[in-house]
Design a protein around this ligand. Structure first.
Ligand code: AMP
Ligand code: MG
Length: 336
C-alpha cells in the first residue's frame, strides 16, 4: 500500500474523512502527538489500528470527539467530568469514564470504562467534524517506539501500512495527553501530560497512580494498561541521570566511550563529550516535552549504544517527560 503524506487542506481533509467513513485508518495531527485514527464505532476499522501498530489488544484506545454533545453518547460522565471538560477541552486531557454500550469492546479492551478526549488541533477537530464520526486514535507509532511528534516520524513507522497521513506540522505539546480516571469528586492521574496535576488540583482532589513513577509489581494489574509496556524506547540502552548540570557533566565525562550519546539541553551540550542529542532548553520543560520523542528517535539515527539523559525537573509538564523517560530507560535511573 502507498502511504500518501498530504498537507492539511480542505481537499485532503475530505479525502481523509472519506477513507474513515469507508472503514480505513488515517494519520492525523493533534496538539499532543500524531494519532492513527479509525471510526470508533466500527470494530473492523479499529482492528486495523491494532494490526498497523502491532499493538497488544489489551491496550485500550482513546476516543476523540469535537463537540461536548458527543460525550454522553459514549460515556456516562459524573458532574465533575463536565466541569473539567469546560476547563480543559479542547486540549491535552483524556477522561476515563464509565462507558456506554455504543463503544465496541475492541476500543476499550473489554474494560467497563472508555477514555475520551477533545483535541484542540484544528485539523483533528476538522477531520472529526468532516467525517461525522467519533475517532478512536492511539499514538501513530509502531507499538513500543517513541510517539511521532511530526508527520515524517509517523511516516517512518507507518509507510506502506496505512493509506494516508495528514501533515499538520510539528506537534505543539509533544507528549501524549494527560489521562485521568474521573470519579464523583476526585480524579486519579493515570498518565501525566500537558494538563498538569496542579492544573487539575484547581478543580478537585488529584491522586497520582503508583504506575506513573514506579514499575508494576509482578502480577499487579495496571490502572492504565498502556503504562505496563516497554515504551518510547530507542535501540540503545538509556539511563536517566538526575543532578545539577555540573554533576551531570562530571558524570558523562567519566563515562564517555565510543557509542555513548548524551541527551541534554542545548545550553549544556557544548561542554559535554560524546554524541550530542539536543533536548530542549534548560529550565524550559515545555521545550523539553516538545523535543522528547524527536530526541529519542535521534539516538537511533546516531547509532548510539548507550544514552545518558540529563533528567529535567519533575514538576509541571516535566512530570510527563520524566514518566516517558522512565519507560524509555526501563526505570534505570542514577541520582547523583
Ligand atoms: P495512546 O493512545 O497510544 O496514547 O495510549 C492510550 C493510553 O490511554 C494508554 O496508556 C491506555 O492505557 C490509556 N487508556 C485508554 N483508555 C483507557 C481506559 N478505559 N482505562 C484506563 N486507561 C485507558
Ligand atoms: Mg502510544
Amino acid at each position: 500500500m502507498e502511504t500518501a503524506l498530504l498537507p492539511v487542506s480542505p481537499d485532503s481533509l475530505q479525502r481523509a474523512a472519506a477513507l474513515l467513513q469507508a472503514g480505513q485508518i488515517v494519520g492525523m495531527p493533534t496538539e499532543t502527538v500524531y494519532g492513527l485514527a479509525a471510526n470508533a464505532a466500527d470494530p473492523e476499522a479499529v482492528a486495523r489500528i491494532f494490526t498497523a501498530k502491532g499493538r497488544p489488544s489489551d491496550n485500550p484506545l482513546i476516543v476523540h470527539i469535537a463537540e461536548l454533545s458527543a460525550l454522553p453518547q459514549l460515556a456516562d460522565p459524573p458532574a465533575l467530568a463536565y466541569k473539567l471538560a469546560k476547563a480543559f477541552w479542547p486540549g491535552a486531557m483524556t477522561m476515563v469514564l464509565p462507558r456506554r454500550d455504543t463503544v465496541p469492546d475492541c476500543v476499550t479492551a473489554g474494560l467497563d470504562t472508555v477514555g475520551i478526549r477533545m483535541p484542540s488541533h484544528p485539523a483533528a477537530a476538522a477531520l472529526i467534524r468532516e467525517s461525522g464520526l467519533a475517532l478512536a486514535a492511539p499514538s501513530g507509532n509502531r507499538s513500543g517506539s517513541p510517539s511521532p511528534a511530526t508527520a515524517a516520524q509517523m511516516l517512518a513507522d507507518m509507510d506502506g501500512r496505512i493509506p494516508m497521513i495528514l501533515d499538520g506540522g510539528p506537534c505543539e505539546v509533544g507528549v501524549e495527553s494527560t489521562v485521568i480516571l474521573v470519579r464523583e469528586d476526585s480524579v486519579r492521574l493515570l498518565r501525566p501530560g500537558g494538563v498538569t496535576a496542579d492544573d487539575l488540583r484547581e478543580f478537585c482532589l488529584v491522586e497520582v497512580d503508583d504506575g506513573v513513577l514506579h514499575p508494576l509489581a509482578d502480577g499487579e494489574a495496571a490502572a492504565s494498561p498502556g503504562m505496563k509496556y516497554r515504551h518510547y524506547a530507542p535501540a540503545a540502552e538509556v539511563t536517566l541521570v538526575t543532578g545539577t548540570a555540573e554533576a551531570f557533566a562530571e558524570f558523562v565525562t567519566a563515562h564517555t566511550a565510543s557509542g555513548v550519546a548524551v541527551m541534554a539541553s542545548r545550553e549544556e551540550l557544548p561542554r559535554l563529550p560524546g554524541l550530542h542529542v539536543p533536548f530542549g532548553r534548560q529550565g524550559d520543560p515545555e521545550s523539553q516535552a516538545r523535543e522528547l520523542f524527536t530526541a529519542l528517535r535521534r539516538c537511533d539515527e546516531l547509532g548510539a549504544e548507550t544514552v545518558y539523559v540529563h533528567c529535567p525537573p519533575k514538576r509541571g509538564i516535566g512530570l510527563a517527560v520524566y514518566n516517558r523517560l522512565l519507560r524509555a530507560a526501563a526505570f534505570r535511573e542514577i541520582v547523583l
